[in-house]
Design a protein around this ligand. Structure first.
Ligand code: DGJ
Length: 694
């Protein structure tokens, strides 16, 4: 007997089928199917031929492929009993709950006392499907691998795009051809990590940013994931996501995956990117006040590092406010005896040598300037040179002779005593001061990955959020080392990278937008001489690149020339005047004929306006700029288009091109098919183009 279920949004349909009460199979995932179509026929049409050198039936590529049915690839579940013997459960459908836009499927092996629960939900507005699996056992078991519901990957796809990266070089896209066997990515450093971002994009052949079919995946877990993208010997393809292998360390009676977010698009990479952006911003992040405009940040890290002096900080705050900052964030260095990065993590009390009257005088000064106040913590870490470590050496994870990172160790967050300590000490700072923001850092890799550590961090964050619901939190891990939907369910901003080099940031932001919206993506104007690259970039480039996302400053404002301060003040004012719609806009990556240009178009909800940014990240190989082709506009509508930063016209541009003279009106079809002619410009400059639908 066949049983079928479907989940739909405007852009996609997913069909599941179970025959003879076996584990369901995703028999269709792609463009929307007609309402009321015969799902049994679709399930039956999925049956494939049998030929020589094969078993007499195709082992199903189910939502949890079973090891004992001759499945020729990675199974969806690897279990052992508490004594270490391999378990091969024979799971049979035992219950299905159908909700509005949701489906829960339970399969059971009654003899083995094991249940597998798979959950599917589709968001009709964001177009993101959320999938998760859970295993329950009567007796304790060891879970070596549990995949979120397994999905087939398309056949007419030549490559996969996944994401690697490093400190100051996050979100590097890697394209790997499909071939026989497995492409496996696994983050074993105990956090989602710079190195192995938990995401995968499978484009159809010929897909670009703006056209073609795409399937995209993001695993919302901060403790490290494993991805298996496999072409089976018979040619079928599967994608599995779960926690990094063997991170459920003890025998357990229950284990669950994190939510796997997936989506399909027929509009190129942008279709998936904008779905993820919406979903993260509107469904995952819990804003204390969604209506409150994102404030312009000032962060003092690259201005003064550990050198905290109240008079200097006050002067910096005054200057930052004059430039337009609305939140002042006191970074690392205010606690314990933190003169450098060798000591004091764990001692979360104010350093009276630096702040003899506490933090209140600085906070009051900041408030008098109409800025709110934020503060840095690195709660999960401890220096052995700290009072806390001296009192509790057993609180650190890992062996005594472990390799440290930045001279620090990791606190064992699975220990409730440690969580209570952190809750009490962070809570005391928040109770005693008017603080609306925490920058929550995490600067070393774990000695070993452990799911219990991630659950502990989530628990601590959840407690703090419940106790201090008005405090926003930024997730930072040496820049972008912990960016994922799991941490974003508990935080409201990510520090995308420690690179404040605008040329690098332009590229990192562009690629991160495949998953993340502007509203959560921090971007700061750094020092004139960039501390991570040594480059010197014009203020216009630095300011506009920061203005593409949640804007902030991180240089010492005392270094600014009058001209630099004017540019920054102007761009910041533009950002504030537009943030009500840009922070809600969809970011569409533009396909550009010139590979030295990185361009995107942010389109307002409703499509009545847009702003495009075309950054020249290198010298072009041809003489004349190639036109900028837009996307996502109404081809029938006319748009008034204007160069926002005409003051940046430079000596390379001598021609009398239309956009230099002022606003022009062009049809959407023209902007999207032909493209806009822009002035020639130096490398490391950026054009900002605003458009309004007429
Ligand atoms: C690493 C972060 O990424 C920086 O922004 C800064 O907060 C330092 N840690 C402070 O130690």
């Amino acid at each position: 007997m066949m049983q079928c279920w479907r989940l739909d949004s405007f852009v996609q349909t997913l069909v599941l089928a179970s025959s003879d009460a076996r584990l369901p199979v995703v028999v269709y995932w792609g463009a929307p199917l007609p309402k009321g179509c015969d799902l049994d026929a679709i399930a039956e049409a999925e049956a494939r031929d049998i030929t020589g050198g094969m078993l007499d039936a195709n082992p199903p590529l189910s939502i949890c492929p079973e090891a004992d049915r001759g499945f020729p690839g990675q199974p969806g579940l690897n279990l052992r009993d508490a004594g270490g013997r391999v378990l091969r459960p024979r799971l049979r459908l035992s219950g299905v709950e159908e909700g509005r836009d949701a489906l829960t499927v339970t399969c059971e092996d009654a003899d083995a006392g094991l249940r597998h629960v798979a959950r599917f939900a589709i968001d009709p507005d964001t177009h993101v499907l959320t999938l998760s699996s859970e295993i329950d056992s009567d007796a304790p078991i060891i879970v070596d691998w549990l995949a979120a519901p397994v999905l087939p990957a398309p056949q007419l796809s030549d490559e996969m795009i996944d994401v690697s990266g490093r400190w100051i070089g996050e979100f590097q896209l890697q394209r790997t051809p499909w071939s026989a066997g497995i492409r496996m990515r696994e983050a074993r450093t105990g956090r989602s990590g710079h190195e192995h971002f938990p995401g995968l994009i499978v484009p159809g052949r010929g897909t670009t940013n703006t056209a073609g079919e795409v399937y995209a995946f993001h695993y919302g877990w901060s403790g490290g994931h494993r991805m298996v993208a496999e072409e089976l010997p018979d040619g079928r393809r599967q994608v599995q996501f779960g926690h990094a292998g063997a991170t459920e360390l003890g025998p357990v009676t229950r284990a669950a995956t994190a939510p796997l977010l997936v989506t399909f698009s027929r509009n190129g990479l942008n279709g998936c990117a904008t779905a993820f952006q919406r979903h993260i911003r509107d469904r995952i992040v819990r804003w204390p006040d969604a209506e409150r405009p994102r404030p312009v940040h000032y962060n003092c890290w690259e201005a003064i590092y550990f050198d905290h002096d109240v008079a200097t900080l006050k002067e910096i705050a005054t200057r930052a406010a004059a430039l337009g900052a609305e939140r002042f964030v006191l970074d690392d260095g205010w606690f314990g005896k933190r003169g450098d990065d060798t000591s004091s993590l764990g001692d979360w009390w104010i350093d009276a040598r630096k702040f003899p009257d506490g933090l209140t005088p600085l906070i009051e000064h900041v408030h008098d300037l109409n800025m709110s106040f934020g503060i840095w913590f690195e709660p999960e870490m401890i220096n052995t040179d700290s009072d806390t470590f001296r009192a509790h050496p057993d609180w650190a994870m890992g062996p005594q002779d472990q390799i440290e990172g930045r001279q620090q160790r990791v606190l064992d967050l699975a220990n409730p005593e440690v969580r209570d300590y952190l809750f009490d000490h962070i809570g005391a700072v928040l109770d005693d001061h008017v603080i609306d923001y925490i920058k929550w850092d995490h600067n070393r890799l774990l000695p070993y990955p452990d799911a219990a550590q991630t659950h502990g961090i989530y628990d601590l964050l959840d407690r703090l959020r419940a106790a201090f619901p008005d405090v926003e939190i930024e997730s930072c891990a040496s820049g972008g080392g912990r960016i994922d939907a799991g941490i974003l369910a508990r935080t409201q901003r990510v520090w995308l990278s420690d690179s404040n080099d605008a040329r690098e940031r332009l590229r990192i932001q562009h690629d991160a937008a495949l998953f993340f919206p502007a509203a959560i993506t921090g971007s700061h104007v750094g020092p004139r001489h960039c501390h991570t690259s040594g480059r010197v970039l014009p203020m216009s480039m630095r300011a506009w690149v920061a203005a593409q996302r949640h804007m902030g400053f991180e240089m010492d404002p005392r270094e600014l020339t009058e001209a630099e301060a004017q540019v920054l003040t102007r761009v910041t004012a533009w950002w504030k005047a537009n943030r009500d719609w840009t922070m809600q806009a969809e970011i569409h990556r533009l396909d550009h004929a010139d590979p030295s240009v990185i361009a995107e178009c942010q389109i307002a909800k409703g499509g009545e306006r847009f702003v495009a940014f075309a950054g020249r990240a290198a010298t072009a190989s041809q003489i004349l700029p190639r036109p900028l082709r837009f996307t996502g506009l109404d081809p029938e509508a006319s748009y008034r288009v204007e160069l926002t930063n005409r003051e940046d016209l430079g000596p390379l541009s001598r021609g009398d091109i239309a956009i230099k003279r002022g606003a022009i009106e062009l049809p959407g079809a023209h902007l999207m098919s032909h493209g806009l002619q822009l002035p020639a410009a130096f490398p490391d400059t950026i054009w900002v183009i605003e458009g309004t639908r007429l």
